[in-house]
Design a protein around this ligand. Sequence first.
Ligand SMILES: [Zn+2]
Ligand SMILES: [Zn+2]
Length: 592
Amino acid sequence: MSSAPPLADRPDVAHYPGGEALYRLRHSAAHVLATAVTDLFPDVKVAGGPPIENGFYYDFARATPFTPEDLTRIEARMREIAAERQPFEYSETSREEAQERFEAAGEKYKLHFLSVIPPDAKVTYYRNGRFLDLCRGPHVATTGDIGAFKVTHVAGAYWLGNEMNEMLQRIYGTAFPNQAELDVHLKRIEEALKRDHRRLGKELDLFSIHEEVGPGLILWHPKGGMVRHQMESFWKEEHLKRGYQFVYTPHISNEKLFEISGHLQNYADIMYSPMDIDGQPYRPKPMNCPGHILIYQSRKHSYRDLPLRYAELGTVYRYERSGVLHGMERVRGFTQDDSHIFCTREQLADEIAGVLDLMDTLLGKFGYDYECYLATRPKEKYLGTEEEWDWATEALRQALERRGLPYQVDEGGGAFYAPKIDVKLKDALGREWQCPTVQVDLNLPKRFGVVYTGPDGQEHEAVMVHRALLGSLERFMGIYIEHTAGEFPVWLAPVQVAVIPANPKANDYAADTTKLLKDGGVRAIADLRDEKLGAKIRDAELEKIPYMLVVGPREAEAGTVAPRRKGVGQLEAMTREAFLARVDRESRERSG
Ligand SMILES: [Zn+2]
Ligand SMILES: [Zn+2]
């Protein structure tokens, strides 16, 4: 018997989150899953199943959908197979043998996988018990070594991820070295489900998606709109403080522009088809950069004008396959908090440092911790010279160091046209989300001929920085809903205060208090419905309104309120003015 091949050429294993041992464990668990399914449902055809982040899956073709009861039986069968401690046995075979075997069994998916094995690679199997799989490994020693596992759910998945192909059934599971780690993970999934922004978006009436509009296109409701308005106002104030200038560019433009920018050549697959306007092809914009460059170029600039910082909450449209769309987090139309900075080489490090400072202010206000990654020149395909990459990367590095930000180097992880700083936010569940990005473009200034006149009277190529700090407002909002579980801080809450009369006699005082708060700039509502007090309190709780003021005759007489702060509890009675000042103060604070 031959021994399993070395793992030298397996970046999927080397880079697996959690490491090689966990990869082995979960990959083996996927085989045990397939073993159980083929035992219990001999009519299935097997496709394939790799480890994925946090678990594994295996795809099956079967006419009848798997039910929750089926999943329970499958998991029970997996436990029996684990108890049998079947060894995972490696073997090599000829293409012909494999071809004949899978043809005889009618395993058309395996035949496909066989056909895409490179001519110089070996055809290899792993067997445990009666289950034999075309497989490169690696595995644990026996089915008894797959740790603590759970079958979690089943979902449809197109064969090879292509919507033109048939739908398979993908059974998901997860496995960890021990029960304690599995329990922590399952608890986190449960919490994530409770916080799912699609569910909270509906419950809190923040946004919706409609078939009539199209998948991946977001309608912001008044409450979501208020949150967005507050985000945008804060964002704009901070930009103005830092010398940014706001610009606005159209949603569509003549295709010619994207020919010059190179988007048509490099990003055609994410751009929407052209529409005919007066015989000219126009397209929705996938990026804001070309418009900003034209604004820059609409007049001559001397070095004394620089840096110029243009900012736009610019809406762009990009095609995403329907299978990957996910609420607000993965969409087809979104608004970037975009900016392009035009400067000289000498100014670059300062400009980046300024961007990082602004980023820290913005993310701090939302209560996020974050980590920075410096992504350097890709190994093979890149534009510009090595010298350009060196100084641009050095400027990014200097700025990070000057800000005292710890960072990791993502060697070769830059875009083909730019070294960049990518920043990942950490949410309340410990998940990481890449949102801010700062890139030094080594391509567009050349394509458009973006120049300034230097002190020597000569024209020089300007340096161009792209940066988005929240990323897209839609995605940021989706992530933020999950981070906060919909409990928005006072400064963002669509309704900040609910004033609830303890009985109808206090209605006037409740209405008067609400007016006073509103006049003071607080988003307050009076709940004067003909409902029981308990029901009103419960509704304000469900709406996750940060403050509740239950007012009765006693408060009316004293001119006070006794606030309840969500998550804190009952506060001492205070004058209405003191309460107003408190809400005002809290609106200005950092969320952290
Ligand atoms: Zn395998
Ligand atoms: Zn850009």
